[in-house]
Design a protein around this ligand. Sequence first.
Ligand code: GLN
Ligand code: ZN
Length: 784
Amino acid sequence: RSLSTKSSRVFYSSVRFTVSSGEMASHIVGYPRMGPKRELKFALESFWDGKSSAEELQEVAAYLRASIWKQMADTGINYIPSNTFSFYDQVLDTTAMLGAIPPRYVWNGGEVGFDVYFSMARGNADVPAMEMTKWFDTNYHYIVPELGPDVKFTYASHKAVNEYKEAKALGVDTVPVIIGPVSYLLLSKPAKGVEKSFSLLSLIDKILPVYREVVAELRAAGASWIQFDEPKLVMDLDSHQLQAFTHAYSELESYLSGLNVLIETYFADVPAEAYKTLTSLKGITAFGFDLVRGPKTLDLVKGGFPSGKFLFAGVVDGRNIWANDLVASLDTLRSLESIVGKDKLVVSTSCSLLHTAVDLVNETKLDKELKSWLAFAAQKIVEVNALAKALSSQKDEAFFSANVAAHTSRKSSPRVTNEAVQKAAAALKGSDHRRATTVGARLEAQQKKLNLPILPTTTIGSFPQTMDLRRVRREYKAKKISEDDYVKAIKEEISKVVQLQEELDIDVLVHGEPERNDMVEFFGEQLSGFAFTVNGWVQSYGSRCVKPPIIYGDVSRPKPMTVFWSSIAQSLTKRPMKGMLTGPVTILNWSFVRNDQPRFETCYQIALSIKDEVEDLQNAGINVIQIDEAALREGLPLRKSEQAFYLEWAVQSFRITNCGVHDTTQIHTHMCYSNFNDIIHSIIDMDADVITIENSRSDEKLLSVFREGVKYSAGIGPGVYDIHSPRIPSTEEIVDRITKMLAVLESNILWVNPDCGLKTRKYSEVKPAISNMVAAAKAVRTQL
Ligand code: GLN
Ligand code: ZN
């Protein structure tokens, strides 16, 4: 709250926005909103809890915006974005701007306020929230617009103009950023009831009038540049979709005249066809490209770039935390400069800095050397500026030599390179790694050992994490309780969980994961090559942030990570106890990954560490081992042409972890999604003995795969109830679910389990729900 008074103290010397000739310009695509210490998160949550007022929330937001603008202006950035702040999500902001409020949120016209806005984002007492989905291949999630043929677009949120004016009043002339009309429509979904018959792009002429109004208002407020984000241009689009861009911008052309318009793309290179469309758009001054994830951009530009237009060159990575290789970037920029001309090149970030951590200054626990290798959003701004300066013969020699020194130390550091790991990973290449026998033969061998009933029951791993449990872990970490006390407390928890599962009569037990805070962090902390930040938060959705570990070096496993707890758990029961591991692909996809070797190499290294753990668990008498790959699908590249390669090494990595176990050791995997119709063959190729997957929210989707004749002979446990909701499923409804599954799946491969881990639920929900689940399995067994 102390923030609120500070906003007035942010002070500006007036910022010169014009770029004099010969001076290279700098631009930032967008900036994180949460604040260096997640100030916005706490302000939002306090407001939602009714603990603070709307004014207080507004004040924190204004303070954060002001400090970001000031930071960029002070650094010397010429093109500073506005309207990249958001109280929840930039796509939802656009929905508000367009007045495209689904009727169930009861909006009475006028400016969209917090009430309606947060109802759409989070639901209210009467209606659930709008759907949320992944923003391209990032870990950010946006609120999906719902549009039907009857939607009436009206200008209903003046946020873009207000923020422009707000910055201007503070002395900063900004570039207002708006999601472009075509990407907006392509990011939407058809409203309920019109799913099949409706083309979203048919709305293009209906939404353009609102864009015109916004543009006119921005112009009247004094804006000289506008940035339209059209990231959909990097996807595989058909000619009809590309045509929509040509149409939309020619319709807008006369309204844009006199303004400078930047069309920004990011997350990949623009495919050749789309590049042609983009660079031929009418009324556009500048084009922005991601040169980090879009290695082909350079060739495209070489092949032809419209004369007299600006190129905004995204050379500073917005998706990672590594310090830029300034020398390499300078090379790239020079070659672009020779094509587009010195005064037409603008140095930029590859995408919005929303997807990186905020400020390295607050990292008190990282050592100096490691810190010298890193750059968070605040540092990336400085890099962009330094590159622009260097291009206009004002190179900051000290800054550049520090950067070179950091790169040299990173290249040669023994912390990064581990010869043994490199060798082991290299030896993996060129051959296929898989278990020697077929899944059918293995399941038979396992059944002899495990002797499970038909339709065996199990859970996904975690049991409820009570306040007490969290406190014990926190106190142990802070060294407030001794190791002995900690072990005692965790042992007690495990034994409670084991006893409960025996009472519930579950067939394959879990230890409950009480020692784990997070499924990646727990392993990262015990592996070499990982570092952890204190404040390296990245927005995931709304007020939710994640703090990905940083993989900076070759990954190895100094000692077993889970064997101690799993052995204790197994010693407490005669039933099989599942060992519980996070898979290599998930560890990779939920971390900041090193950029000095291909992703697959890092993944193979992690796979080798997990392989050692798998074998140690087996040797300790654990006969069932689950290797979670919750994030395997998330890593799928945006472009179809790159997906096969990813799936190949991702699946190979998974198989590496368990290719060496005995036939009698049963390998499970778990995935938190069911929309894998398109990757089903890769999933089968993982060659797990049993796969448990989310299903209860999308029964039909999953089962249709098998109905369409996909042959599946391994064990499969499609979740029979949704653990994301506090609702307790009845025995009858679970019986019904199982029966439906048996219509498409053989009874001898079907498992009965919930959708995902039980960590976020209360015991008062878990006990009756699992009890009903077991009862349902037993009821169906008697009918078989
Ligand atoms: N084993 C993990 C758990 O149960 C899996 C979590 C996940 O899939 N997200 O918590
Ligand atoms: Zn899950």
